[in-house]
Design a protein around this ligand. Structure first.
Ligand code: 13P
Ligand code: SF4
Length: 356
């Protein structure tokens, strides 16, 4: 839908008034009406790096979700202020791992006599205190674009007996471990924070190589093998391109798997006339379809599925945040406390220094 012209004019005017004092970051799942005002767009990894690229900007307006804004605050200078235009833009997957739950799991690993061997790895989609837990305990952060490298690094940390605790997305953890590191499904166990001892015996913890936290993305969890089969039956030449947050069964049936940035680069490089079904959030798939009319681009689901929290950032909220800054008021500032920031930065910097 076309954006409200009055709001577009107000957003433009506010950005012009702020000039180089403001830097607007936009994740690829953001609405078109918001993405048009982003100074840079990217996947989680690129945005984490880009956040630090404008140390002169007083304000970083983050059009994305809460954990991304927290990471931007951690990676920028203390005097730079990070703004999330709607505080309700959380991530249900990130909420599935709470620090107290993770600490209970950690204690259970000590009781089973394996904690020394466990390296915690958290997906970027987690709260700052989970990242800090990883920093404090010899672990690392990863994103969907570097999960393989991060896991390879982790498995080198404690010799051949290393185990990884992967938080909070079981699918990214399993897909990367099995498809890219060559572990078997039997090497992986799932820790359910809502069951005593994670629903695992001490022997299962001792035998496992990969302990997957029982978290998932409800948006990517909707893609199914059936739809892949139907699309292939209807068009044998179709290419199935999915995000690694999809279930393992779906990823096994896909042709290509990768982060949002990878998905965009793949479609940009695809030949005219090629046909694609994409399993990721709908704002991005629609934008790709609109900007590549010479390619057949479909959504890998029969229903509409946006990420409702990414969609919380709309043009009215962006205009309100920018106009408030023009008026000298910083609304919705995201500020991580110094102790959490210190250790989360350790885990984030380990990720940023990985090769590749
Ligand atoms: P990317 O890192 O691929 O941009 O993914 C972020 C995300 O939230 C996917 O659900
Ligand atoms: Fe979180 Fe899923 Fe939305 Fe990404 S798409 S922000 S993982 S709920």
């Amino acid at each position: 839908a076309a954006s409200d012209p009055d709001l577009v004019a107000r957003a433009q005017a506010a950005k012009e008034a702020l000039g180089s004092r403001v830097f607007v970051l936009g994740h690829h799942y953001q609405r078109d009406e918001v993405i048009q005002f982003a100074d840079v767009t990217g996947d989680s990894f690129k945005l984490a790096r880009d956040a630090a690229a404008r140390p002169d900007a007083e304000f970083i307006v983050f059009c994305g979700v809460h954990f991304m804004a927290e990471s931007a605050d951690i990676l920028t200078k203390p005097e730079q202020q990070v703004v999330l235009p709607d505080l309700a833009a959380g991530c249900s997957m990130a909420d599935m791992a709470r620090l107290t739950q993770v600490e209970a799991a950690w204690d259970a690993m000590a009781a089973a006599g394996v904690q020394q061997q466990v390296v915690p790895v958290t997906y970027m989609n987690s709260s700052a205190d989970i990242k800090a837990f990883c920093g404090r305990n010899g672990g690392v952060v990863c994103t969907s674009s570097n999960a393989q490298t991060a896991l390879e690094w982790a498995y080198e940390q404690q010799g051949p007996d290393t185990k990884v605790l992967f938080l909070p997305d079981q699918h990214l953890g399993r897909n990367t471990a099995v498809l890219q590191l060559g572990l078997s499904l039997d090497d992986c166990v799932v820790w359910d924070p809502h069951r005593p001892n994670g629903g695992l015996t001490e022997q299962q913890l001792r035998d496992a190589r990969m302990i997957l936290w029982k978290g998932h993305c409800s948006v990517h969890g909707r893609f199914s093998e059936d739809v892949v089969d139907d699309l292939r039956a209807a068009d044998p030449d179709i290419n199935i391109l999915v995000h690694p947050e999809c279930k393992h069964e779906v990823v096994l049936k896909a042709d290509l798997i990768g982060s949002t940035e990878f998905i965009i680069q793949t479609i940009e490089a695809a030949p005219a006339g090629s046909s694609w079904a994409i399993g990721t959030e709908l704002n991005l798939v629609k934008r790709l379809a609109d900007s590549h009319p010479d390619k057949k681009i479909a959504f890998l689901d029969r229903n509409v599925c946006y990420c409702s929290t990414m969609n919380r950032i709309d043009l009215p909220h962006l205009v309100w945040a920018l106009e408030s800054l023009v008026d000298g008021v910083v609304v919705n500032r995201i500020e991580v406390d110094p102790e959490t920031e210190k250790w989360a930065l350790v885990a984030l910097e380990r990720m940023l220094s990985l090769p590749g």
